[in-house]
Design a protein around this ligand. Structure first.
Ligand code: C2E
Ligand code: MG
Ligand code: MG
Ligand code: MG
Length: 281
């Protein structure tokens, strides 16, 4: 039996564990090379004002165009990038590419808009994050008012002292701060009030059933009311149906994002949408 396993017989691993560990190692090795090989791409998804249909901005969403595996979704590699620390350089690449793309769109004469970039927990812990971002804005010549940063509620609430300092510095530069996936973490409302937050993004899981589920409906209308009281803008994520849009409009939600208007798309495919500056219905 041992002979059949050959030289490298890690006998205390079950075959299933072994193959999982190997898969993960393969993913990690591939991920390490992906930046140098230029395999990442950014897709952009419009953030649309309610009810006008005006495009307020875009969210930058990374994908990995792997030569053998095809287009890999961020949920399948961001966690590994986060664990290994690779997210710091990948995240910098996303920031730089999104800012450069935004400047290119402006230089081409499209109406100016904000692009939101997601920041992971690990990136947010970097002491030099503010300088890094300032450097990227300088290099790309993008006015900071056209950059938004999305951090999740749990990242924001982890170390409120530190988060607050960081966010105030970024906000002072003119950058927009958004709390992502709102409702999925445990925000303390008194902390939320003290942080310099411009917008709250309601997590997709609450939007999905707003037209049928009274609990979700009241959660969403409560979050909209909360944001308005705190003078923050509010965006609904994952809007797929006109019923959901109707609900959001009735409850005076400012902005939405979802497949109803557009999937995330590569930059080249957005030009005609950007030229119109709005979603036509
Ligand atoms: P997120 O920041 O909450 O982004 C919104 C996600 O919802 C995106 O998934 C988007 O494609 C998806 N979405 C938008 N509208 C709809 C809809 O109508 N229906 C459904 N079912 N989904 C919709 P995506 O692109 O797969 O990204 C997943 C997550 O990966 C993001 O969630 C974000 O947490 C993370 N991510 C993406 N890009 C980056 C990045 O550059 N850096 C970091 N750190 N994380 C990123
Ligand atoms: Mg986001
Ligand atoms: Mg989100
Ligand atoms: Mg998410």
């Amino acid at each position: 039996q041992a002979k059949m396993l050959g030289r490298n017989n890690f006998q205390y691993y079950t075959p299933a564990m072994n193959s999982m560990a190997l898969k993960r190692l393969e993913l990690e090795n591939n991920l390490r090379r992906a930046l140098a090989r230029n395999e990442f791409v950014i897709y952009y998804q419009p953030l649309v004002e309610i009810p006008s249909g005006k495009i307020n901005g875009m969210e930058a969403l990374i994908r990995w165009q792997h030569p053998q595996w095809g287009l890999v979704s961020p949920d399948d590699f961001i966690p590994v990038a986060e664990d290994t620390g690779l997210i710091v350089s990948i995240g910098e690449w996303v920031l730089r590419t999104a800012c450069a793309q935004n400047k290119a769109w402006q230089d081409a004469g499209y109406p100016p808009m904000r692009i939101n970039v997601n920041l992971s927990a690990r990136q947010f812990q970097q002491a030099n994050l503010v300088q890094t971002i300032a450097g990227i804005l300088e290099d790309t010549q993008l006015n900071p008012r056209w950059l938004g940063l999305e951090i999740t509620e749990s990242v924001a609430m982890k170390d409120v002292e530190f988060t607050g300092k960081m966010l105030f510095e970024l906000r002072k530069m003119g950058i927009t701060i958004a709390i992502d996936d709102f409702g999925t973490g445990y925000s303390s409302l008194s902390y939320l009030k003290r942080l310099p937050i411009d917008m709250i993004k309601i997590d997709r899981s609450f939007i999905r059933d707003i037209s049928q589920d009274p609990d979700d409906a009241s959660i969403v209308s409560t979050i909209i009311g909360l944001a308005q009281n705190l003078k923050m803008r509010v965006t609904a994520e994952g809007v797929e149906t006109t019923e959901q849009l109707q609900f959001l409009q009735n409850h005076h939600c400012h902005e939405m994002q979802g497949y109803l208007f557009s999937q995330p798309l590569p930059a080249q495919e957005l030009s005609s949408l950007l030229a119109r500056g709005r979603i036509s219905n």
